[in-house]
Ligand binder design. Structure first.
Ligand SMILES: Nc1ncnc2c1ncn2[C@@H]1O[C@H](COP(=O)(O)OP(=O)(O)O)[C@@H](O)[C@H]1O
Ligand code: SF4
Ligand SMILES: [Mg+2]
Length: 396
């Protein structure tokens, strides 16, 4: 099947076909809705993104912002009985949205693979780790049992499991949390996927293991030229690993740019909030972190206008009631979905200078000090150092 064989699904994206030469992964106006007893959850609401081979896109946002749902939809892993998906997902020119299951099964594993957040639920307790790595390899390559087992040992060794030839016959419960996470990465990488989606792959792991896992992903990327989507709520992980960043809030992309652009010159008040809630090494270690006030909105009934407006301290800077009534659009390329006049954003976010210390502003993201752990990211202080013109409204 080629993209031209595909009838675009209904929805706004159908009127705007992607350009003839799409990037390796392109998502156009993706909308994902769940029908629940309480109503329709708008989990993803008009998301577009693009990713080329060899690059890493970090998707950040608080819990419930639609990151995992986006990832599952890119791999066609949603349940069509309860989920409505519109828009388009194209992977290497192949339509994913609406594709039949056999097509999706061929895509998964060899073309694209996923590392899930929770290795305990992703790995079956009933099969050995080795078998769970070898099976997808056999399925996609037709390798013999022995060859697949050898490959499983090789993969376990590659992801740093000691005594891989022996541990290949262990069950997941015999592995530590860090080892299970590595095993899951081995499972995802066994067919050398061209796209790897890693959904919070290092949450709950200690900083050393986290750094090793991120290094593993980058090493695979260097060797194979794969594209990586790295989902995390941790901007430190993004600074360490990604080339580009997409900040998600309430199922929408609210800011995007390169790592240096978004962390060095953040333009959306929500990004300011995320940065302000991160630990910094260069300031008083006892200084309290400032979480983004309030809670993310219910996606059953997201707020009108800018979805961040009930939590935003800067609505008074925008003339009229646009924040509460008019949805700000995310411009193509670098930008933020916010009504604040571009010239006002920098003065609202200046103290201290908005360049994380571990990022060399004169260089690209590849020059972020790889030895620096996530906690060495020195985000700008953000709005907390300025008296907000209007206090954040309390969440209803
Ligand atoms: N199967 C489902 N049915 C109903 N709602 C869901 C389902 N999966 C996710 N959601 C909702 O969609 C929203 C986005 O979820 P998710 O993508 O998991 O967020 P996160 O950014 O934390 O990964 C949340 O409000 C979540 O409760
Ligand atoms: S559009 Fe208004 S409410 Fe939304 S982030 Fe910008 S200033 Fe805040
Ligand atoms: Mg998630």
């Amino acid at each position: 099947m080629t993209p031209t064989d595909v009838v675009p699904p209904p929805g706004p994206a159908a009127a705007q076909p992607p350009p003839a030469t799409s990037p390796f992964l392109s998502v156009h106006d993706l909308r994902v809705r769940f029908r629940t007893e309480d109503g329709v959850v708008k989990a993803v609401d008009g998301l577009s993104l693009a990713l080329e081979r060899g690059r890493t896109l970090g998707i950040v946002g608080e819990s419930g912002s639609g990151k995992s749902v986006t990832a599952l939809t890119v791999l066609g892993l949603h349940d069509p009985r309860t989920t409505e998906v519109t828009g388009r997902v194209l992977l290497d020119g192949q339509e994913v949205t609406g594709a039949p299951e056999p097509v999706l099964e061929r895509l998964r594993g060899a073309k694209a693979a996923m590392v899930f957040q929770d290795s305990l639920t992703a790995l079956s307790p009933y099969y050995t780790v080795g078998r769970q790595i070898a099976e997808p390899y056999r399925k996609h390559t037709g390798a013999s049992r022995q060859a697949a087992r050898r490959r499983a040992v090789e993969m376990l060794d590659r992801v740093g499991i000691p005594h891989a030839a022996r541990r290949v016959d262990d069950y997941p419960h015999q592995f530590s949390g860090g080892m299970r996470q590595r095993a899951m990465i081995a499972m995802a990488l066994v067919c050398d996927p061209e796209l790897l989606i890693a959904d919070e792959p290092t949450t709950a792991l200690d900083v050393t293991v986290q750094a090793q896992i991120l290094d593993l992903l980058k090493e695979h990327q260097r060797e194979t030229g794969s594209a990586i989507v790295l989902i995390t709520h941790d901007l430190g992980v993004v600074a360490r690993t990604a080339d580009d960043v997409l900040v998600m809030y309430a199922g929408r992309a609210v800011e995007r740019g390169t790592v240096r652009e978004v962390l060095g010159d953040p333009r959306h008040p929500y990004t300011w909030g995320l940065l302000g809630s991160m630990p910094r090494l260069t300031t008083d270690p006892d200084a309290p972190l400032v979480p983004v006030p309030g809670a993310p909105p219910s996606l059953l009934a997201p707020p009108p206008g800018c979805p961040f407006h009930p939590r935003c301290a800067w609505t008074g800077e925008v003339p009229g009631d646009r924040c509460a009534t008019e949805r700000p659009e995310l411009p193509a390329g670098r930008g933020a979905a916010c009504h604040l006049p571009p010239g006002r954003r920098h003065p609202l976010f200046i103290d201290p200078p908005a360049v994380p210390k571990s990022i060399d502003p004169a260089a690209g993201p590849g020059n972020i000090d790889p030895a620096a752990g996530p906690s060495s990211i020195d985000p700008p202080a953000g709005p907390r150092s300025i008296d907000p013109p209007t206090g954040p409204r309390s969440e209803a």
